[in-house]
Design a binder for this molecule. Structure first.
Ligand SMILES: [Zn+2]
Length: 367
């Protein structure tokens, strides 16, 4: 099978039909993958700063020349769970396309080892719901299961959000009168949005939080505190309840997310993407393999442009273990000749050295 590089999304839609793609071989080693073009076709809105509609099931072209990410089954250095390569994702889509939506759950079950933690928890919630309901009321598709779960998950999410509002309110009380009045008025609006159960409210809530984080506060410490609380509102990237509320509602076009959309979104963030150890945009990291780690697309989105140490200390134990597992696997692939490119001979030594330098010796990767 050969996929030729395509230039635009339109080209992809015209020329690239998954139903016509030949079934990939079960063997996912790197040599197989290297025979493909140097392009990934990344679904959804997970390619950094590009802007496009994330609500269509379109695939987008993202150039990636980093070979570790093209090997299937490499553990993710952020969360430790396995990463998918593009071939595996194509196979997953083919399996979905071959069955009725009532069987999506069985297809997903086969691939659940690749799901990231939040998506895996959401999938567990869905499975529990299907198991719990019997006979007539038994949901047989993902959309119905999510709709059943919506009410209880929305209640959970609202409680967490209201705790954040409370924190902001006590911060407001410590501000000068004028600043306090502006913040209090915005919090009043936010609270109303949080309490609404309408399907479009998650998007409106985010707009409101963004507005709040832009309120001018003279005291830099209090301003920073407001930013931190605003950033701590959970999103569908952070917890299963937010994930379920989002996908049991409507997309930005005002349409229901279908079971097919939901199935794709449970697994698509698990595709391997290329991370810059030293952030490319904010820390002037090199665009070079010595500064690369392959990472789940979703985990990479969550890492965003955080500094390496900020990201590392979010969950020190998990990150240390996951990076060691990642580099061990990379070393194994390179030394066994699976990654067939001489440029990679020193990859593990050099990238782990980058980590040591970036962290000023605080983080050592032991192999
Ligand atoms: Zn991950």
């Amino acid at each position: 099978m050969r996929i030729s590089p395509l230039q635009t999304n339109k080209d992809i839609n015209n020329k690239f039909s998954f139903n016509s793609v030949q079934k990939p071989k079960q063997n996912f080693n790197c040599k197989t993958i290297n025979n493909l073009s140097n392009y990934y076709y990344l679904p959804l809105s997970f390619s950094g700063n590009r802007t496009y509609s994330s609500d269509k099931n379109e695939l987008f072209e993202v150039p990636s020349h980093f070979l570790i990410g093209k090997c299937g089954d490499v553990p993710c250095p952020a969360c430790g769970r396995k990463m998918l390569n593009q071939n595996q994702f194509l196979q997953f889509k083919e399996e979905l396309n071959a069955v009725d939506e009532s069987e999506y759950i069985n297809v997903l079950e086969k691939w659940q080892d690749y799901m990231m933690p939040v998506e895996l928890q959401a999938f567990e919630d869905i499975k529990q719901t299907i198991k719990k309901h019997t006979d007539m009321r038994k949901p047989n598709d993902l959309r119905t299961a999510l709709v059943i779960l919506r009410h209880s998950k929305l209640t959970q999410l609202q409680a967490i959000q209201m705790r954040r509002v409370k924190k902001m309110r006590s911060l407001a009380k410590s501000l000068p009168e004028e600043e306090k009045a502006v913040l209090m008025a915005k919090l009043e609006k936010l609270q109303k949005i949080i309490k609404k159960t309408g399907e479009e409210s998650p998007f409106r809530r985010k707009i409101m939080i963004d507005k709040i984080s832009k309120i001018k506060i003279k005291n830099p410490i209090k301003y920073k505190k407001l930013q931190d609380i605003a950033a701590s509102f959970p999103t569908s990237n952070d917890i299963d309840s937010a994930w379920i509320v989002k996908y049991s509602g409507k997309n930005k076009l005002g349409e229901d997310w279908t079971s097919y959309d939901i199935a794709l979104r449970l697994l698509a963030p698990s595709i391997a993407n290329t991370d810059h150890i030293l952030a490319y945009s904010t820390e002037q990291g090199h665009d070079d393999i010595t500064n690369y780690m392959s990472m789940h697309t979703g985990c990479n989105t969550r890492k965003s442009n955080k500094s390496f140490l900020q990201w590392y200390y979010e969950d020190k134990k998990l990150r240390q273990q996951s990076m060691e597992d990642y580099f061990k696997k990379a070393d194994e692939l390179i030394s066994s000749g699976q990654v067939d490119n001489p440029k990679y001979t020193d990859y593990v030594a050099k990238a782990t050295e980058t980590i040591r330098e970036v962290s000023k010796g605080k983080v050592e990767i032991k192999l």
